[in-house]
Design a protein around this ligand. Structure first.
Ligand code: BGC
Length: 858
């Protein structure tokens, strides 16, 4: 069944696919009040984003009530400039964290420290390097999702971080080439949603605010910020229809909101030609109104493109605060003070920003989780002494305390990565006994980076074994156990022999060693990788996004060479996502294939645990392995496609990404999403489905309260002049006025031009709740989470060793436009040999619902 229809709008190229044969009326799949429900396609070239105002004020829904009470009491005491200070960063490298807002010294409220990354504490020392999102996802284990979050949150807390800039569910992984997919979990909304919720809970249980990012439609690196200084000046527009938004990209954000994420980062891209950080539809309507998000929206670094507009459209905090890095100018700061004084931003909107930020602080109990000298590190240097204000070179002092926050996390990390390792093929070669007479290890991916594990800034190179991708989503390794050293230690513990060739191009040496292995009945282990990362670093011509899906460093040739002589070759791949394995996966000399993901610091130990059977593999692939990139149905846009204007990225495939695309297009993957072998076998029986009597779904009705304000803002501009007792730090962003004249203070030649801000933006009166929203708790209409069915099945371990199985529940929703199947639940169960366990999976109302674009409800 096809899901696209021709668009009949003027000025829209009619190149969009024609359907055949026409199915039942496809409902209006764009936004409310769009033209004709019968003819609107999903994603449209030059799509526009409808306005949604006013920006919803937080009401302290659900378990946010206490935090709101405290936050309101606190914000009530603040002056206008103190409130503005909460919302605005001090500028790039103005203080020690990657992002820092202003402090409120009068009340002893310290500036907040915002620090990457989603896999550890970035830009400092004595921290752990955890497995990346893609690897923890492959464990399919809720308890491990949570534990990793808690461990990471603990390290951030102990370094003095207030907001961990993670986890990631945008990108979701629309295209396998997307550079930052590995920071997130999986191109499936349910797996990602469960993983993000557990991660958020873990991080926040440790007393640190999570920042779930990047909201939303941020699916590629090319043109994420235009392509200056070349022709394209605007960021790419992700054109997404209403169904795809709800059923795919918004889904895991809903789980993050429901789990209580204290903050959400708006992304660099545009959505339907409106920048994410000033998109009133995605921020006001979807996130704050429909999902009832109670925390604050923080901009990605320089993701803000306007002052008043972004405030009215729901953004709450600008990072790093300056317009260009170190420009000394800001859309907010003093300009937000001016905007409140001249009425272009209503006081209630600023108060709402402040309350949301402080409520997040109370919600995770930051008060009880302070450490001495926080933040105890500087992102800009590892030296003990340097400048407090790094960019301005001011205030020489101790900036790094070198606090070792790693605790006992190494054991967890080793376990996470082993549990997230996926066995794709095994002809009986694995597990290894350790008694092979000769073990041969091949490939640079087995060994050290010659510059050291942290030798390339933000891991921006692919030398040696790959244990994380590159970009801001990284941290420094405290050490990196390579596969070669761990395998060597294992082999030596058996008193056997091991040799290696780590030069990927030393074909003669590879061949010679491979022959000797075959001669004595030994084993060859080939390591290869594929890397990607964030677009500000280019590695091997890959501008963040991968240029292709092949193994790097001629991995295919390496495998071909070794297998042409070695009849017992085990291939281990450290990759950011799927790679093309068609040249070797069915070669009979390839006796096993393992995906080892991005394992973090314990890489060698984790893979050795799997290879030698100390851990029985139970990880399952979190993406589909196809035979060509074309099979994935969507791809990265690498070249401008709209002249100098914003490139248009039509998400025309709708909800059909990864396995849903393969199913729709009738393609057979090499290894399917959810696939993974074990050293034992399992059988399934006794599938039962029990229906529950749940109350009927009731669309939410009623109104919000009116917008509250806290404290009185004096109109006397003299109250906000730059204080005489503060010395200006160059390029630092302050909330203060330079003059009692607002116009002079703004310094903007366009000040007071006649401009009409969107209707409704200033309306602080009670607003109608959305049918899909809630007056009870964050996450949308609470009836969505009613359990309608429970599925159980018996899973039996039919082999001779203990093992983990991951039963996965897929549904067909039955509609004409639905994927063949969608994942809806799973569990990871450890089962003793010969024993049986019961798999139990709930199905909620949301799990069996479609988004109805006409009713604007599920
Ligand atoms: C990235 C964010 C990151 C921020 C701060 C941006 O370039 O997109 O993910 O948190 O920088 O480092």
């Amino acid at each position: 069944m096809t899901f696209m229809r021709t668009v009949l709008l003027a000025a829209v190229p009619l190149a969009l696919a024609q359907v055949d044969p026409p199915g039942p009326p496809f409902p209006n799949s764009t936004y409310p009040n769009a033209t004709d429900p019968l003819t609107d396609s999903g994603a449209m070239w030059n799509e526009t984003s409808p306005p949604s105002y006013p920006s919803p004020w937080g009401t302290g829904l659900g378990d946010w009530a206490d935090a709101y009470k405290s936050a309101r009491a606190f914000v009530s005491q603040l002056t206008l400039t103190e409130k503005v200070n909460l919302t605005t960063g001090v500028g790039w490298e103005g203080e020690k964290c990657v992002g820092n807002n202003g402090a409120i010294p009068r009340l002893g409220f310290k500036a907040l420290c915002m620090q990457d990354s989603p896999l550890g504490v970035r830009d400092t020392d004595f921290v752990s390097a955890f497995p990346a999102g893609v690897t923890i996802a492959a464990t399919w284990d809720r308890a491990l999702f949570y534990q990793r979050g808690f461990d990471m949150g603990s390290e951030h807390r102990d370094k003095g971080v207030d907001v961990q800039l993670g986890p990631v569910v945008g990108p979701l992984g629309r295209t396998p080439e997307g550079g930052r997919n590995w920071e997130g979990f999986a191109p499936d909304p349910v797996l990602s949603g469960i993983a993000v919720a557990q991660t958020v809970k873990g991080i926040q249980a440790a007393g640190v605010m999570a920042c779930t990012k990047h909201y939303i439609g941020y699916e590629q690196e090319h043109f994420r910020q235009g392509a200056p200084p070349t022709s394209v000046t605007e960021s790419i527009s992700s054109n997404i229809d209403d169904v795809t938004m709800h059923e795919l990209y918004l889904w895991p954000f809903a789980d993050a909101v429901r789990a209580g994420t204290a903050s959400i980062m708006c992304s660099y891209n545009q959505i339907n030609n409106s920048y994410a950080c000033q998109n009133s539809y995605t921020q006001n309507q979807l996130l704050k109104n429909e999902l009832g998000f109670q925390g604050f929206i923080m901009s990605d670094w320089s993701g803000q493109h306007s002052g008043v507009s972004s405030a009215l459209a729901g953004m709450d905090m600008t990072m790093p605060g300056d317009i260009g890095f170190d420009s000394g100018t800001s859309f907010w700061g003093a300009n937000l003070t001016i905007a409140v004084l001249n009425g272009t931003v209503p006081q209630w909107r600023l108060d709402d920003m402040a309350v949301r930020i402080v409520a997040g602080w109370y919600y995770v109990d930051r008060e009880a989780n302070q450490v001495a000298n926080a933040p105890t590190f500087s992102s800009w240097t590892l030296d003990t002494y340097n400048y407090q204000h790094f960019y301005a070179s001011e205030d020489w002092t101790q900036v790094n305390y070198h606090v070792d926050v790693r605790d006992e996390h190494a054991a967890d990390i080793r376990n996470f990565a082993a549990k997230g390792t996926v066995l794709l093929k095994n002809n009986g070669a694995l597990p290894l006994s350790g008694n092979a007479k000769l073990t041969a290890v091949f490939g640079s991916d087995a060994a050290e980076n010659q510059y050291g594990p942290n030798g390339c800034s933000d891991r921006g190179c692919d030398n040696g074994t790959l244990a994380m991708g590159w970009g801001s989503g990284t941290d420094n390794f405290p050490y990196l156990v390579t596969p070669l050293e761990a395998i060597k230690a294992e082999v030596l513990s058996h008193g056997k022999s091991i040799e290696d060739v780590i030069d990927d191009y030393a074909y003669a040496q590879q061949n010679a060693l491979a022959r000797r292995v075959t001669d004595v009945g030994g084993v060859c282990i080939v390591f290869a990788n594929a890397d990607s990362g964030e677009g500000y670093i280019i590695v091997d011509d890959n501008e963040g996004d991968r240029n292709n899906l092949t193994l790097w460093h001629n991995g295919d040739d390496l495998i071909r060479n070794v297998t042409s002589f070695c009849n017992n070759t085990i291939v281990v791949m450290h990759t950011v996502g799927p790679v093309l394995v068609d040249s070797f996966y069915d070669n009979e000399n390839v006796t096993a294939i393992i995906w080892a993901g991005l394992p973090g610091q314990e890489s060698g130990n984790s893979i050795t645990d799997i290879l030698y059977g100390k851990v029985n593999p139970g990880g399952k692939s979190v993406f589909t392995w196809g035979a060509s990139r074309g099979e994935y149905g969507a791809d990265v846009i690498y070249e401008p496609n709209n002249g100098v204007l914003a490139p248009q990225e039509d998400f025309a495939e709708g909800v059909f990404i990864d396995y849903r695309a393969f199913d729709k297009l009738g393609e057979t993957p090499i290894y399917e999403f959810g696939f993974g072998l074990s050293y034992t076998t399992f059988s399934y029986s006794n599938l039962q489905i029990a229906a529950h009597a749940a109350p009927a779904y009731t669309p939410t009705t009623g109104d919000t309260p009116s917008a509250p304000t806290y404290g009185v803002v004096s109109n006397n501009t003299a109250d906000y002049l730059f204080p005489a007792d503060i010395t200006r730090i160059p390029a630092y962003i302050y909330p203060y006025l330079n003059s009692t004249s607002l116009s002079a203070s703004s310094g903007d030649p366009l000040y007071a031009i006649n401009y009409t801000f969107p209707a409704g933006a200033y309306d602080g009166s009670p607003q109608p709740l959305l049918a899909a929203g809630s007056s009870v708790a964050p996450g949308g209409n609470q009836a969505l989470y009613d359990v309608l069915f429970t599925v159980t099945a018996t899973v039996t371990n039919t082999g001779s060793v203990e093992g983990d199985e991951v039963p996965q529940l897929y549904l067909n929703l039955g509609g004409p436009n639905d994927p063949k199947v969608v994942l809806r639940n799973f569990d990871r169960i450890t089962i003793a040999p010969g024993a049986s366990e019961t798999f139990t999976a709930d199905i909620t109302r949301r799990d069996v619902s479609n988004w109805d674009t006409v009713a604007q409800d599920w």
